[in-house]
Design a protein around this ligand. Sequence first.
Ligand code: CAA
Length: 256
Amino acid sequence: MTYETLLVEQAGAVGLVTLNRPDALNAINTRLIDELNQVLDGFERDASIGSILITGSRKAFAAGADVKEMAPLCFPGTYLDDFLGRWDRVAQRRKPIIAAVAGHALGGGFELALMCDFIIAADNARFGLPEVKLGVIPGAGGVQRLTRLVGRAKAMEMVLSGRSMDAAEAERAGVVARVVPLAELLDQALASAQAIAAQSRTAVMMLKECVNRVDEGSMAEGLRFERRMFQAVFATPDQKEGMGAFVEKRPPQFGR
Ligand code: CAA
């Protein structure tokens, strides 16, 4: 299967998607988000895939939603078509998704990275929500997600001024899991994705649910949910295998 805006491959148990609109710095148009959702649907169904990696080019993860596509849009149309509504399906995925970000991750590009479970950044990465400079605001959850990550002061300053931050600031602010040299980005992100794919699928998906729960409700509800998930994991063969292997001093062999 070939795509107009994406390159798709499988590296072991990792589904790898490369955003591929080099002439537009990977600006995200409707076609790209539809193709991405189609690919992610396939990865979710494919039992041989344990984790997903989304990346861009060395110059740009993605420089935003496609401004040329958006420029002529008007309110009733965006509302009736629920413009950007389909983007959020990326955040609803159950398998873990890592964003490997080099270069510009701006506007919708940053929002897409924030929908992933964590970001590994190259040292040349830049993150920002510059929509205010275009007379608009972010619409794919970026304000909500950025504010939860970095707190009100930094989020306010960034969205109101449109300024971007470099990789070092993003790491300090808790936006990215870690920063690596540009030349090592793909290898290190793939190694991380492969390590996750080698774990118990059930445990990994339960962990993703537990972390996401933090943003959805109260601490008390989150603690209860996490404990219940922990108790439920004892119904899985992977718990028997993982703990059994530890006791028997051998590597675990998780089912697929
Ligand atoms: N949409 C459409 N095309 C884009 C684009 C975008 N977001 N970003 C870059 N491009 C295109 C440029 O128009 C240019 O195409 P042409 O050669 O046909 O003119 C090509 O990509 C290369 O871009 P530049 O020549 O501008 O490259 P540069 O290295 O000089 O600058 C940049 C890089 C600073 C990222 C600059 O391209 C830029 O500011 N881009 C726009 C960033 C932005 O405002 N993003 C937010 C978009 S709004 C949004 O995302 C809404 C939302 O919440 C969903």
